[in-house]
Ligand binder design. Structure first.
Ligand code: UDP
Ligand code: MG
Length: 315
C-alpha cells in the first residue's frame, strides 16, 4: 500500500530545527501514515549528523538525501519530490516558520475536495519591514506584466499536492528552477488558503537583498521572453529618434551653417545610446547564459547518499 503523506523538507544549516520538526510532525500527524523526506543541502553545521541520528531512530518515517554540496532550495525540492513516496506530498520549510498543523489541514481539505489538485498556503500577516513589502509588491507587479504565467502574490512553496501534480513538476526538469513559475506553469486546480507565518525557531534566514534581486531576475528570465521584445522596441524607438535628429541636424547645417559645435548633444547621445546598448547586451547575455547551462544538461543535484527505509528488505 502506498504511503499517505510525504513532507519534503529541504535543510540548509538547520541543526537546531530538524529534531523539533520531527517531533512536532509526529505529534501533529498522529494517525496518518507519513514520512519526512529530509534533504541536507550541503549544510555547514551539524544538520546531517542530527538527521542521521533521527533516521537511525525512526527509519520507517524518514528518507534522507544528502547532497554533495549546497545546490539551493529549488534543487532540494526537486530531489525531495523525486524520492517522496506519499500519495500526497507537502513542501515545507524545516525552520518551523510553516506550521505542520496547516499541512494537516491542507491534507484534510484535499481529501474532502476531490475537485482540487493542490492547496497552496499564502502568508496572512507578513512579519517583515515596509520596504520589503513594497519591494515584493513591485516584484509581483513587474513579473506578472512580464511573464506568460500568472504568479499568485505571497503564495510560497508551502503547499500540499496530489501525486498527479508531483508528476507534472518532475517533468519540468530544467536546471534553472523557479518554483513559483513552475507551479503556475503546470496549471491544475489550486486552492489558496492563508496561514500565519511563525518566527524562525533557530538559525538565520539564508536570504539577502542581493539573493532576492537575483531571484527576481531568475523569475523573469525563466518564464518570459518579453524582455527581449521590449529591448527590440527600445532599439527601434531610439534608432527612429536618432534618425529624426540626424535630419534636423542636416537641415540646420544647410540652412544656418555650422555655428555651434554641438558638444553637449554628442555627449548626451553617446551616454544614452551607450547605456541602452549595455542594458540590452546584459539582457541578451542573461538569456544566452541560461541556454548555455541548459544545453549542458547537467543534473539538478548530486547526492552522496540516499537513505530510505524499505520494509521488504528488513524482513
Ligand atoms: N534552504 C535550502 N537550501 C538553501 C537555502 C535554504 O534547503 O540553499 C532551506 C532552509 O533550510 C529552509 C527553507 O529552505 O528549510 C527556507 O529557507 P529560509 O528559512 O532561509 O528562507 P525564508 O524562510 O527566510 O524565506
Ligand atoms: Mg524560513
Amino acid at each position: 500500500m502506498r504511503m499517505k503523506l510525504s513532507l519534503v523538507a529541504p535543510c540548509y544549516n538547520e541543526e537546531g530545527n530538524v529534531r523539533l520538526f520531527c517531533e512536532t510532525a509526529r505529534e501533529v500527524l498522529k494517525g496518518i501514515e507519513y514520512e519526512i523526506v529530509f534533504i541536507n543541502d550541503g549544510s555547514k553545521d551539524h544538520t546531517y549528523e542530527e538527521q542521521r541520528k533521527i533516521y537511525d531512530e525512526h527509519k520507517e518515517n524518514i528518507t534522507l538525501i544528502n547532497f554533495s554540496r549546497n545546490f539551493g532550495k529549488e534543487a532540494g525540492i526537486y530531489a525531495g519530490l523525486t524520492h517522496a513516496k506519499g500519495e500526497f506530498v507537502c513542501i515545507i520549510d524545516t525552520d518551523m516558520q510553516q506550521p505542520i498543523e496547516v499541512a494537516r489541514e491542507m491534507l484534510e481539505f484535499l481529501e474532502q475536495n476531490p475537485e482540487y489538485d493542490e492547496v497552496a498556503a499564502y502568508q496572512k500577516a507578513r512579519i517583515e519591514n515596509k520596504l520589503m513589502t513594497i519591494a515584493k509588491d513591485g516584484f509581483y507587479w513587474f513579473i506578472n506584466k512580464m511573464c506568460d504565467v500568472e504568479l499568485y502574490k505571497s503564495a510560497s512553496d508551502f503547499r500540499m499536492m496530489r501525486r498527479t501534480v508531483v508528476k507534472a513538476i518532475l517533468q519540468m526538469s530544467e536546471y534553472h528552477r523557479f518554483s513559483k513559475g513552475i507551479f503556475a506553469w503546470i496549471g491544475f486546480n489550486t486552492y489558496y488558503r492563508p496561514y500565519e507565518v511563525h518566527e524562525r525557531n533557530s538559525g538565520t534566514t539564508s536570504w539577502s537583498v542581493s539573493k532576492l534581486i537575483n531571484y527576481a531576475i531568475e523569475g523573469v528570465v525563466s518564464f518570459s521572453t518579453k524582455p527581449l521584445r521590449v529591448v527590440i522596441k527600445l532599439g527601434i524607438g531610439t534608432s527612429l529618434l536618432a534618425f529624426l535628429y540626424m535630419i534636423i541636424v542636416v537641415i540646420q547645417k544647410l540652412a544656418f551653417g555650422n555655428e555651434v559645435p554641438g558638444y553637449p548633444t554628442i555627449i548626451v547621445l553617446i551616454l544614452l545610446i551607450g547605456g541602452i546598448q549595455l542594458t540590452v547586451l546584459g539582457i541578451i547575455g542573461e538569456y544566452l547564459s541560461k541556454v548555455h547551462i541548459e544545453v549542458k544538461n547537467r543534473p539538478i543535484y548530486i547526492s552522496k547518499e540516499i537513505l530510505s527505509y524499505d520494509p521488504d528488505q528488513e524482513e
